[in-house]
Design a protein around this ligand. Structure first.
Ligand code: SAM
Length: 208
């Protein structure tokens, strides 16, 4: 399945990464998906298209993101939302009149799946513990890259693993965000879970 970019920015930008990611999800055929770190919603839209192909209308997607830069969130890494392509800059500024990193713009991108999608604006350190994890069977963890945040996010999603679900973490071995690897390695060791490192150390797939 082709990973489409929808004229926006995504962290799965290297050739083949998006397709690899979608194939990975396809293997598990999840019905209740949680993405932590939605950014412009490109992966969200690709996931919804895939889950729709697999299950028709019978799926749910929850997406959580800060959806804004603020003093409170300044310790987190937020990718630059500026486009190097001037056409994209013009498209969002003058035609869409939207910031592609806003919850409104992501809602628009996902409008086709309105009934299946729940977008939440907030910090995973505060919000994740309030989300009911009982039905979630797949988590794509791609939000904050600070050690403390990744540790929090993994701990909050523990029930997903215990219920035989999967957590796929992005940026396992990122030189400028070593806290991701540290938090994942500790979490896997402490819980005695299985962890497979995929796609040249990019993804970590955690299961029971
Ligand atoms: C690498 S981007 C996500 C890319 C997206 N998953 C994709 O595939 O295109 C990381 C996102 O995590 C969000 N983020 C960072 N820290 C966060 C936190 N503590 N809680 C929620 N979202 C966070 C940022 O706002 C940013 O949009």
């Amino acid at each position: 399945m082709k990973y489409k970019k929808y004229f926006r920015k995504t962290s799965l930008k290297q050739k083949g990464d998006g397709e690899f990611f979608l194939e990975e999800i396809k293997k598990s055929k999840p019905k209740f998906f949680l993405e932590v770190g939605v950014f412009h919603g490109v992966t969200a839209r690709n996931i919804c298209e895939l889950l729709f192909d697999l299950h028709g209308d019978d799926f749910q997607y929850i997406g959580l993101d800060l959806f804004e830069e603020s003093d409170e969130n300044k310790s987190e890494i937020i990718p630059s939302t500026n486009f190097s392509n001037p056409f994209k800059q013009i498209y969002f500024k003058y035609i869409k009149r939207q910031n592609p990193y806003s919850i409104k713009a992501v809602e628009d991108l996902l409008i086709k799946f309105k009934k299946n999608v729940n977008l939440i604006k907030g910090n995973s350190n505060n919000v994740l513990k309030k989300i009911d994890m009982t039905k979630i069977d797949y988590v794509f963890l791609d939000g904050g890259h600070e050690y403390k945040t990744v540790k929090n996010d993994l701990d909050c999603c523990n029930e997903v693993i215990e219920n035989d679900g999967t957590i796929l973490c992005d940026d396992y071995n990122l030189s400028y965000a070593p806290g991701v690897k540290k938090a994942i390695d500790e979490y896997v060791k402490n819980n005695n879970y299985k962890c497979e490192i995929l796609r040249n150390y990019r993804f970590a797939r955690i299961e029971k």
